[in-house]
Structures are given as C-alpha cells and as structure tokens.
Design a protein around this ligand. Structure first.
Ligand SMILES: Cc1cc2nc3c(=O)[nH]c(=O)nc-3n(C[C@H](O)[C@H](O)[C@H](O)COP(=O)(O)OP(=O)(O)OC[C@H]3O[C@@H](n4cnc5c(N)ncnc54)[C@H](O)[C@@H]3O)c2cc1C
Length: 579
C-alpha cells in the first residue's frame, strides 16, 4: 500500500493520565488514525491520587481508582492499549520502535508517524541498607498500592514509618493513622512539608502532633530492618511497615537514549505545543517539563492536573487542533488530617531569587463567621512591590482552602494585581465565608502595604534584626501580653496609644502587633497619622511570629500555642476597651 494512503499511526508510550488523555483527544479529532498505546504495567488510566485513600480504607473497592481497562478504550475510542508491553528502544530517524511483551518475553518491531512520550515519573528509592525488605514500599502505581493494602490486611502491622514529608508522604501519614497504625514521619530537611515555606510549616507540624504522629526532622534513615528504622543519629523508630516518599524523577531513560533533549530539571524539553526537539515526537505529563505562568521559567512540577491537561493538548496538536499550553502556576492542594494545605506560584525564596522587591503578607482569618464554627486559615501571599503582581500564594487551613487558592490562582492567571482582589465580587453567606472574604483581606493588606505605606515586617525579619533595632509595641490587653510576647516588646494596648505618643522615640522604627494583625494595623494607622515615619506591622501578628520561632527551632508547637491567648478568652476586657 502507498505509504501516503495508509492511515496515520500514532503511538503513545505510557497509559496513565497523560497518555490516555492524549489518545482520547486524538481520537475525538481524528476518526481515521491508528492509535496504539504501549504500557508496561498491567493497570491503565488509574487515579494515582486516590491510592492513599484506598490504602487507608476510605475506599473498599480497588476498581474505584482503576475504573477503565484496555477493552474500555477499544470500545469507546477504538484505541489499542497493549498492557505489559514495554517500549525498549526508538529509532527516531527510521520512525520505528522495539517493543517487549513482558508476559511472553517476545520482542517485536513497530512503526509510528507520530510518537507521544507519556512515560511519567518513577519514585526515588532511598539508597539505605534494608530498603529491599518486603515491608518497604514506595507509592507510585496500583501495584504498590495493592502491595501496601495487602500488607496491612495480611500482616497487621502496628507501626509505620513514612520517610519524606512531601504531599504523598503526608497523605500516607493520615491514611495509615486512619488505618490504626502508630505513625512516625522522618524528614531530612529542618521543616516538614517542603510544599510550603518554613514559616507555614509549623501549622502542618501542629496537625501532625495533634494527631499523635511522631515527627523527626533534620534526619534521614540510615538503615531499615524488620520492625524498625534506624536514623542517622542512631535512634530508632518502630516500623512494621515503611513507606518511601522521598520524591520522584521524570522517567526519561528511553527519551534520552533516542536523542530527545532534556531540560536542566531532567524532564523532557517541550514547546507550547508539547513538541520535543525531534520531528514528530511529543511529550506530555510527568515526563515533561513545565513553564511557569509567573515568570516563564522552565520548571518541573509533576501533577495529575497538569498531566491530564498536557495530554489533551498533545492529543489535539497531533491531530491538527489549535490548543497550546499556556504554562502552569504549579498549583497543588492536599489534606493532612483536618488541615488543607495549598500552594501556587513562587515561594518566598524563589520570588526573592528573581531579584524583585517583594512584599510578603500573612493573613490569618476565619473561613466563615465564628458563630457558624469558622476556623482560621493563614494565607501567605507574595507580591511584586513594583506593580502589585501576585507571584505566589500558600494557604493552610481547615475548610475553604480550595476555594481561596483557586480564586487567587485565577487572579494570578488573569494578571490581576493585589489592588484588584478587594474588588472581586465573591459569593457570601455565613455558611461559606465572612462578609469580607479572606481573599478580600489579603488584597487589603497587600494594597495597604504597597500603596498606603502600611508596611509589613516578617516575624523572621524581626527576629533576625535582634532586640533594640525596633521599638516593638504589643497592642493587646495585658493578659495576652503576659502570656507571651515578642522579646523586648512594650505593652501599649490600643486605647492607650494616643496618650503615649509623646513617650515613643520618633527616630527609631516601630513595629506594632496584636495576635493576628488587625489591632496591630490599627495602631500602625494611629502612629502614621500622627507623623511617625517608619512604622511596620508584624505580618500575621504574634501568631505568625510564634510560627517563625517554631520554624527556627526555638519553640515547640505546644508552647507556641500556649502563649497565645485568643481574643475570645479576653473578650470582656476587649469589650470594655471598645474593641
Ligand atoms: C500517591 C499519589 C498521590 C497523588 N495525588 C495527586 C493529587 O492529589 N493531585 C495531583 O494533581 N497529582 C497527584 N499525583 C500525581 C499524579 O498521579 C501524576 O502526576 C500522574 O499520574 C502523572 O501521569 P502521567 O501519565 O504523566 O505519568 P504516570 O502516571 O507516571 O504514567 C506513566 C506510565 O508510563 C509507563 N511507561 C514508562 N516507560 C514506559 C515504556 N518504556 N514502555 C511502556 N510503558 C512505559 C509507566 O509504566 C507508567 O504507567 C499523585 C501521585 C501519587 C503517586
């Protein structure tokens, strides 16, 4: 048959999120093409994100996270999915590939007109003695998930050690605790949850400690033995089951061998159409790098949300569609016990590394009114001082974190500035939000700092400056001050400030604070309106200052919390003061 007359052959390698999305979209656009997916595993198109909950027993039926099989794809999309088939090599000049049937051991050749690499990522295996033990599991695919669940059901472990406190590690901590195990968490960095900045990490640590998890930081595992994990300092943790969650690497061995260019982050370089450097070879999902919508830098942020999106874009492009990939902010969210943790865009270190002058705010507000059980969330936002561009957001809270992160990343994507946030017409009713939403308050705080001289100072900056550099004014009632205050702070409750102005040194910068920022800001206003020039308010108030001290290893979570007397506890005194 004339090569030009035969249908185009699209070969996709990898059949999970990106590969199946690419194949399905290609078929929707093109009824004629031959579409073949090779997958070396036996499971396809599964929800990796649901696996921790299957392990923890929240889902009983494994099929709920692996709902589709090869027959489904054949019937619905006329796509051939060959499971247990590994593509072992590709010749991009001849447009051919070699495939190994892992069931029979047979090797055969195939050809393509268009090749899609959707080979994903693989877990990093910690190089420590004992890691090959049958009680040690990474978690990347259903084989791992079934192995862990089977281990729980058959061996009835009492204890688990999770190594690594990224989102997969933390989701596993929650689910293993839910399954009744005594769980320990090991993190080699100084702080748990590197997904957020160190100054938000204590909110996650607090959740872990409140749920009985033993947390060891600044240490890695040095040996794994049946029933225990030894740490670098020689101590041991009980571990009938061990979960390795120390990160993933893009799966790019095949791509590298065939001459596909990789980025500095080790993932496949692609353009906005998901094209690689080789003709007719595309890549999508966790094996490919991303471009940041914030600063257009290339980075690696492997997520299921992005894998599905880039798979669809890839499937569209290879069948003549108009989609292009605009980039990602790297938005992610996860739950650990009763806390939700979300982040998008640049973190503080990344934002400062761009050379921008940044403003960082910590906004601590209830997700809905107190009278309907509102609980606090902390929203850390990083903005560019030059024009109020939003660079990054991180949130830790209980409910409504998903909504706020999505509103803020939508604002970022649309190019809205800090000053625009207050004007968003967000939905309000008491079961869902406060009259001014936490997103509005974030905008107000940033805008006050950016345009109205209501400058913010971070708790870490204040601590780093040391005592005596600033006059630190604690604006709370004496009972709150006495329970705990910033070292060197004077207690000057708001209602006494106007009378005390003459006694304050006008030549020294002043920092005001209360528990979370509102009264501290009110006193900042009084001072600025009375001619004081350099007045800062402590970002996120004493609450956030304590979080910085926990992050610096100066305080533990319990002591930090004990020293904060909530306004509710001193309500009569505040009411007497007219606050
Ligand atoms: C426990 C867990 C929880 C997660 N939770 C979330 C979440 O809440 N939110 C979120 O956005 N993301 C989450 N993720 C990430 C998400 O699952 C991944 O981003 C997504 O699965 C990536 O899809 P992919 O198709 O690019 O790659 P993969 O899922 O890695 O699939 C690639 C496939 O390619 C196959 N393959 C590789 N090389 C070959 C070859 N040479 N021949 C044949 N087949 C090959 C592999 O066997 C693999 O099955 C989670 C991941 C895990 C593990």
């Amino acid at each position: 048959m004339d090569a030009n007359a035969r249908p185009r052959r699209i070969v996709v390698i990898g059949a999970v999120a990106a590969g199946t999305s690419a194949a399905a979209k290609a078929r929707r656009n093109d009824e004629e093409a031959e579409i073949v997916l090779y997958e070396r595993d036996r499971h396809i198109s599964y929800s990796g994100c649901g696996m921790p909950y299957y392990i923890g027993g929240l889902l009983s039926d494994f099929k709920e996270i692996v709902p589709r099989d090869a027959a489904y794809f054949k019937k619905k999309y006329n796509v051939d999915v060959r499971i247990r088939h590994e593509v072992v090599s590709v010749d991009p000049e001849a447009y051919t590939l070699t495939v190994k049937n892992l069931e029979t051991g047979e090797t055969f050749g195939d050809r393509y007109d268009t090749l899609v690499l959707a080979t994903g990522a693989m877990p990093v295996i910690l190089p420590v003695p004992g890691v090959e033990g049958d009680h040690v599991f990474p978690l990347r695919n259903p084989t791992h998930a079934l192995g862990i669940r089977g281990f729980l059901e058959q061996r009835h472990p009492k204890s688990a050690v999770v190594i690594g406190s990224g989102f997969i590690g933390l989701e596993m901590v929650e689910n293993l605790a839910h399954a009744g195990l005594a769980v320990s968490l090991v993190e080699k960095l100084p702080h748990v949850c590197p997904f957020v900045d160190p100054d938000l990490s204590p909110y996650v640590l607090e959740a872990l400690e409140q749920h009985g998890v033993t947390v060891r930081t600044r240490l890695s595992a040095s040996a794994i033995r049946p029933g225990e994990v030894e740490l670098e300092d020689g101590s041991t943790l009980p571990g009938d089951l061990v979960i390795l969650a120390v990160g993933i690497r893009p799966e790019t061995g095949l791509a590298r061998a065939m001459g596909v260019a990789l980025g500095a982050n080790g993932a496949i370089q692609v353009d906005e159409s998901m094209r690689t450097n080789l003709p007719d070879v595309y890549a999508c999902g966790d094996c490919a790098e991303n471009v940041s919508i914030v600063d257009r830098r290339r980075f690696y942020r492997p997520l299921g949300s992005t894998a599905n999106k880039t798979g669809r874009i890839c499937g569209d492009v290879i069948t003549g569609g108009p989609l292009v990939h605009r980039g990602v902010a790297g938005t992610g969210i996860f739950r650990v016990f009763d806390r939700a943790v979300a982040a998008t865009g640049l973190n503080e270190r990344e934002a400062r590394a761009t050379g921008r002058d940044v403003v960082v705010s910590h906004n601590i507000k209830p997700d809905r009114p107190d009278y309907l059980g509102g609980r606090e969330m902390v929203i850390k936002t990083i903005a560019d001082r030059a024009d109020g561009t939003l660079l990054g957001v991180q949130i830790v809270g209980f409910e409504g974190v998903d909504k706020r992160i999505d509103v803020l990343v939508t604002a970022m994507t649309a190019g809205l500035k800090a000053a625009d946030l207050f004007h968003l017409d967000l939905a309000y009713a008491p079961p869902f939000a406060t009259t001014k939403d936490p997103v509005h308050y974030t905008g107000m705080i940033l805008e006050n700092a950016l345009s109205r001289g209501r400058e913010l100072l971070g708790g870490d900056q204040l601590a780093a400056a040391g005592e005596g550099v600033y006059t630190v004014v604690d604006t709370r009632v004496p009972a709150q001050y006495e329970a705990g205050h910033v070292p060197g702070a004077i207690n000057l409750p708001q209602e006494q400030v106007r009378e005390a102005l003459a006694g304050l040194d006008r030549n020294k910068p002043i920092v005001t604070y209360c528990n979370k920022g509102v009264t501290g800001n009110a006193v900042q206003n009084i001072l600025l309106n009375n001619g004081f020039k350099r007045v800062y308010t402590l970002s996120g108030g004493f609450r956030q200052f304590q979080s910085c001290r926990v992050a610096a290893g100066k305080l533990n979570c319990k002591d930090a919390a004990r020293r904060i007397v909530e306004d509710e506890a001193v309500r009569p005194a505040l009411q007497k003061d007219g606050r």
